[in-house]
Design a protein around this ligand. Structure first.
Ligand SMILES: C[S@@+](CC[C@H](N)C(=O)[O-])C[C@H]1O[C@@H](n2cnc3c(N)ncnc32)[C@H](O)[C@@H]1O
Length: 360
């Protein structure tokens, strides 16, 4: 069975309430909401040329106090332990400084610390613009009561502009993973257990963004798997960056019968997840083999699979639908439109479909 409906999700404002409260405590009467948006964009290394800086700095009212707060909130060493690359920061500052300059209040000057940081970066010979190198990308989460301040971010070491390298596609976080993450933040869990009781298995985890997010959201246990050894090694690093070692681990799992004796198939799971793993028709029957084996074995637990798919090619997904039906799996598919893509920056507006799959 297949249905296609619009996924309705609440609107989240791109801000962190706690940061706002801190600012209020410090009596900083600033355009703080915009500053937090700027911080989100900076930490996610959003292409500086596509940020509308003029809409984020106070028009004609940039003074020393604002710049001081901006520096301390976004750019200083204390603002984040995992800043974007020097090359990105340099480019971000180039655009930011132009916008600050154009919006200076009367008799105000550009802030020393911001200018010094920019000139230091300009004169560092070791900073090269190599977008294929791994860098820290931080995805700030919205305010969630159960999370401590430290937990309100997922930090990923990734190669943002690398689509495919060394024979795999798991070097960067794909938009389907971001949409899957948003889905778990804004929608009720599609299974009858609360998150703290949920044992989660991710297939084709890549950077493991969604696994790390679910472990932060309080899942009982999360196992991120991927078929590629180097991708799995990188996941270990990402778990370390997020200090999520307690309820999360990594294992290599290739879909299909080749690893059918893996203990992953005999362990108990409540939720199977996957982002952007349906793009290659050559892998679809192996993927569906694995989904079927896992969902049938865990049917008694009410286990479901939530798979997000970027709709690059309708016929590939049609193949996936067909294989699921042939395997006797039930599924629903819902499109995530713009309202489901509010928490992070998405470079493209290609449709993303979220599948809920179960054995009945
Ligand atoms: C497009 S990436 C998506 C990564 C991540 N889920 C995301 O959305 O950011 C696909 C991932 O699936 C993994 N993969 C592809 N074919 C696989 C297979 N047959 N078995 C296991 N993993 C596979 C790749 O190594 C890669 O990490």
């Amino acid at each position: 069975m297949s249905t296609s409906t619009k996924l309705r999700v609440p609107h989240w404002r791109l801000e962190l309430e706690r940061d706002t409260m801190d600012a209020q405590k410090k009596n900083t009467p600033l355009a703080h909401e915009s500053l937090i948006k700027l911080k989100r964009l900076y930490l996610q290394s959003v292409p500086a040329g596509s940020i509308v800086f003029d809409s984020l700095v106070p028009a004609g009212r940039v003074d020393w106090g604002y710049q001081d707060h901006l520096y301390n909130t976004i750019l200083s060493k204390d603002a984040t332990a995992y800043p974007p690359s020097g090359a990105y920061t340099r480019r971000f500052l180039k655009f930011l400084i132009t916008s600050l300059e154009e919006n200076l209040a009367e008799d105000e000057e550009l802030h020393d610390s911001i200018l010094t940081l920019y000139s230091d970066l300009m004169s560092s010979p070791d900073i090269v613009s190599d977008a294929t190198r791994p860098t820290f990308i931080t995805y700030l989460l919205p305010p969630i009561q159960s999370l401590s301040r430290e937990e309100t971010r997922v930090v990923i070491s990734e190669r943002k502009s690398v689509l495919s390298a060394d024979g795999h596609t798991g070097a960067r976080t794909w938009e389907a993973a971001l949409a899957l993450g948003e889905f778990f933040i804004v929608s009720p869990l599609p299974i009858s257990k609360p998150i703290r009781e949920c044992r989660v298995l991710e297939l084709g985890a890549g950077t493991a963004f969604t696994s790390i997010l679910l472990s932060k959201l309080g899942a009982r246990y999360v196992l991120a798997t991927d078929g590629d050894e180097r991708v799995c090694e990188n996941i270990h690093g990402n778990i370390f960056l997020n200090r999520n070692g307690d309820n999360m681990s990594v294992s290599r799992l290739l879909w299909g019968p080749c690893q059918e004796n893996s203990t992953i198939y005999t362990n108990v799971w409540d939720l199977i997840i996957g982002g952007d793993i349906t793009y290659d028709t050559r892998d679809i029957s192996d993927l569906v083999y694995t989904l079927k084996k896992l969902l049938k074995a865990n049917m008694g637990e009410g286990c479901k699979a939530i798979i997000s798919a970027t709709v690059r090619n309708e016929s590939t997904l049609h193949e996936f639908d067909k294989e699921l039906s042939t395997a006797g799996l039930s599924f629903e598919a819902r499109e995530v439109g713009e309202p489901g893509r509010r928490l992070w920056y998405y470079e493209s507006d290609t449709a993303i479909r979220i599948y809920t799959i179960y054995s009945s």
